[in-house]
Write a protein that binds this ligand. Sequence first.
Ligand SMILES: Nc1ncnc2c1ncn2[C@@H]1O[C@H](COP(=O)(O)OP(=O)(O)O)[C@@H](O)[C@H]1O
Ligand SMILES: [Mg+2]
Length: 306
Amino acid sequence: MSHHPSDIAAAFDDSPIMRQLHDLGGRRRRLEDVEIEFTGQTRVLTVSNQKGGVGKTTTTVNTAAAIAALGGRVLVIDLDPQGNASTALGIPHSADTTSIYDVLINDVSIADAVQQSPESDNLFCVPSTIHLAGAEIELVSQVAREKRLDTALREYLDGLEQPMDFVFIDCPPSLGLLTINAFSASDEVFLPIQAEYYALEGLSQLLGNVKMIQKHLNTRLRVSTILLTMFDGRTRLSQQVADEVRQHFPDEVLQTMIPRSVRVSEAPSFGQTVISYDGSSAGAIAYKEAAVEIVKRGAPRRKGRK
Ligand SMILES: Nc1ncnc2c1ncn2[C@@H]1O[C@H](COP(=O)(O)OP(=O)(O)O)[C@@H](O)[C@H]1O
Ligand SMILES: [Mg+2]
C-alpha cells in the first residue's frame, strides 16, 4: 500500500501534536503571559551529546537567548573549537581574541574573556577560537587538568556583583578533556536528542560517562534535562523516537519539542539566534517554551536530600 506524502501529512495535521505545533498564535499569547522570577541562584548546565549535528549548539544559544529575553542573566561558554556558539551570539572570535582557550591554558580569568552579546544586555559569552583545537592535548600536562574550567568559573561567579542565573556550556561531540572540564564545572547535563532513527544509539555510553564523572570528579552532576530537536511532525518516525525517549526518561524530557525549521538553521549566518532573527517563528516559540520549562522546573534536587 502506498500513500502520497501529502496524504500522510494531512492525516497527521489532525493529530494532537500537529494541532499543538500549528497553534502558534495561542502559544505566542501564552508566552506573553508567563511570569518568571529568577532567584539569583546560578544553575550551570553542560549541553552535551557525543553525536555531532544533533542540535547542541543551536539549543545552547537559543535557550540562552530565550532565558535572557525572559529577564534572566545568562552566560554561554563556547567550549567547541568550531566556535559556532560564539558566531550565533554575534561575538567576535578571531584567533587573537581572548577566549576560553586562554582561561584553560593561560590562567586568564573569565572576567577578562567574557563579552556581551549584541542581542541582549543579559546575555554574555566566553568565545572559543581556533586555538581551542589544541587545548585537548595541551591540557594533558596541566595541573588539575579536569578542574580548570570549574576553578575559573567559581572564581568568576563568586566575584560578580549581579549574579548569573544560568551558565550554558556548549561542548564538542566527544568525551575529551574539554567535555570533562565542562562536566566537572556543572550541576546539570542538558541533552539534546535529535528525533531520528539512531537517536538512542550511544546514549548509554554518555550516561556511563556521566556516572563516571559523578563518581570521580563531581558528585553534583545530574542529567536533568532532555530536549527533542529537529522534530518533524509529518513523520511517524519522529513521533516514535519521541515516544521512546519519553519512555526511557519520563522525568527528564521536556514537554516542548523543537521542530525542524529553516529559520532556526538560517539564523547563525546572520550572527543571530532565532529568538532575535525571527522571534515569532515556530522554532523561536518552541525554544522560548523550552526556556520557560527549564526555568520553572528549577534546579534538580540533590541526591539524598529529597
Ligand atoms: N530545529 C532545527 N531546524 C533546522 N535545522 C536545525 C535545527 N536545529 C539544528 N539545525 C541545524 O542542524 C545542524 C546541526 O546543529 P548544531 O546545533 O550545530 O548541532 P551540534 O552542535 O550538535 O553539532 C546545523 O546546521 C543547524 O543549523
Ligand atoms: Mg556544536
